[in-house]
Design a protein around this ligand. Structure first.
Ligand SMILES: [Zn+2]
Length: 213
């Protein structure tokens, strides 16, 4: 019995330490993905738009056209943050809200994983340059590594799209990549769709089977 009480108090103490270690953290629940850099969250019953601090959308200019990969980015955010409980934190240098009135925040998800850094590392966002903020050096380092390894959106942003879009590719219920029919990841309950639809819905080509892109 004493052992159990000791264990319980240990848990309480360590939880208290954990909460104290991250001052200014605020609990929230993601209610919607607004765009590639903004989510909507319920913070103590109040719905707020939250702009992810320090990040921007990956863009590519082709002639006069700018491609922003918003669908790909939203699909990625939906997969990791959709409906999830998160923690929000402020930067020490950035303002509380951006010029549009959105809260400017760092998002932590899962077991204290830093989403603003994670999205750059996975190749779905860039660092907002020209702004001084707490993690700018780290974010830039992550962005370079993601570009170099052609992670996430960089796998198509750095390529010229050659396929017409009429090709048939395969998607899965979960996952944000599209595949060739022969791909081992596509065998279990894959749905056939046209490449152009896969593009519109934000799917990226699988790196293993290299479907048309
Ligand atoms: Zn594949």
């Amino acid at each position: 019995m004493i052992k159990i009480i000791l264990k319980a108090s240990l848990i309480v103490v360590s939880l208290a330490i954990l909460i104290c270690a991250v001052p200014g953290m605020q609990k929230a629940k993601v209610t919607k993905i607004i765009n590639g850099t903004t989510i909507e969250a319920d913070i103590n019953g109040k719905i707020e738009k939250v702009k992810l601090a320090g990040i921007g959308m990956i863009k590519k200019t082709e002639g006069k056209q700018t491609i922003d990969y918003e669908n790909e980015t939203k699909l990625f955010i939906q997969k990791h943050l959709g409906g999830k409980n998160i923690m929000l934190a402020r930067d020490s240098k950035l303002s509380d809200r951006d010029k549009n009135g959105n809260l400017l925040r760092y998002v932590y998800f899962g077991r204290n994983k830093f989403f603003n850094q994670f999205i750059i590392k996975q190749g779905y966002a860039i660092t907002v340059s020209g702004e001084g903020f707490d993690f700018v050096a780290k974010f830039k380092e992550m962005e370079k590594a993601a570009r170099d390894s052609k992670a996430g959106i960089w796998s198509i942003a750095l390529l010229k799209q050659t396929a017409s879009g009429d090709e048939t590719v395969y998607i899965l219920k979960s996952g944000i990549k599209y595949h060739n029919k022969s791909c081992r990841s596509a065998k279990k309950g894959a749905t056939a769709i046209k490449l152009k639809e896969a593009r519109t819905r934000g799917y990226l080509p699988c790196k293993v089977c290299k479907p048309p892109a």
